[in-house]
Design a protein around this ligand. Structure first.
Ligand SMILES: Nc1ncnc2c1ncn2[C@@H]1O[C@H](COP(=O)(O)OP(=O)(O)OP(=O)(O)O)[C@@H](O)[C@H]1O
Ligand SMILES: [Mg+2]
Length: 201
């Protein structure tokens, strides 16, 4: 029996919902619900433009910078990439570092890095909330290097790029990471107040 258009749409939506769930987003909001008027520091046209995923084709990175609650994770565009069938992983920075460290201890680092390197889009959320030790900074560099010019990475951070040396605590590794992350990058700086505190004076 042939499926109706409505049934096909429903099946597709179910499939997309399963993919989105597998991606493990911390929130599943889309740009449709983002109030750009609340954050006039954002170039709305630029951010909406990311939805065409041209940055993925060009292997460009995106970095969202701003203080807590300004919408960095909300804007991190992954849902749209999932909807368009891309292989996406969303991961908190410290969870990622823990996984890399564990893989290193188990002597399976190469395998772990190549797995993370294969995602068409890797979203690393929350760089900067906790300091990153020297060994972890090195592991992080290995991952960024493996993805460099191969696939796009989105990073959210509460710290400006100039503050990453304090987070990563190693100037040489920081320079190497920055060099690769900000080569072909779109940096979106959000300077206004937290949406979480909207209405609170
Ligand atoms: N301009 C906005 N319009 C609509 N919702 C927003 C806006 N900015 C933030 N939000 C909502 O506010 C909450 C906090 O936003 P989000 O988690 O993206 O902030 P963040 O910058 O990632 O903060 P943190 O650094 O604490 O992780 C989310 O529920 C998000 O959907
Ligand atoms: Mg966030």
């Amino acid at each position: 029996m042939a499926l109706t258009n409505a049934e096909i749409d429903w099946n597709q939506e179910q499939q997309i919902a399963r993919i989105i769930k597998r991606t493990r987003f911390s929130q599943t909001k889309t740009l449709k619900s983002f109030d750009f008027k609340f954050q006039p520091s954002i170039n709305q046209q630029e951010v909406l433009g990311f939805q065409d995923l041209a940055f993925l084709k060009k292997k460009e990175n995106l970095v969202f910078i701003g203080s807590p609650g300004v919408g960095k994770t909300h804007l991190a565009i992954g849902i749209e990439a999932c909807r368009q069938g891309k292989r996406v992983l969303f991961i908190n920075c410290h969870e990622l570092l823990l996984r890399l460290r564990t893989a290193n201890e188990k002597d399976i680092l190469e395998c772990c890095i190549s797995r993370y390197a294969r995602y068409e889009l890797l979203i690393i959320d929350e760089i900067g909330y906790l300091p990153i030790g020297n060994d972890e900074a090195n592991l992080f560099f290995r991952l960024i290097n493996a993805r460099y010019k191969q696939h796009s990475t989105i990073i959210t951070s509460n710290s400006d790029l100039s503050g990453w040396v304090e987070i990563l605590q190693n100037p040489a590794v920081t320079a190497a990471i920055l060099d690769r992350s900000v080569h072909h990058v779109h940096v979106v700086k959000i300077t206004r107040k937290s949406y979480r505190l909207k209405g609170v004076n």
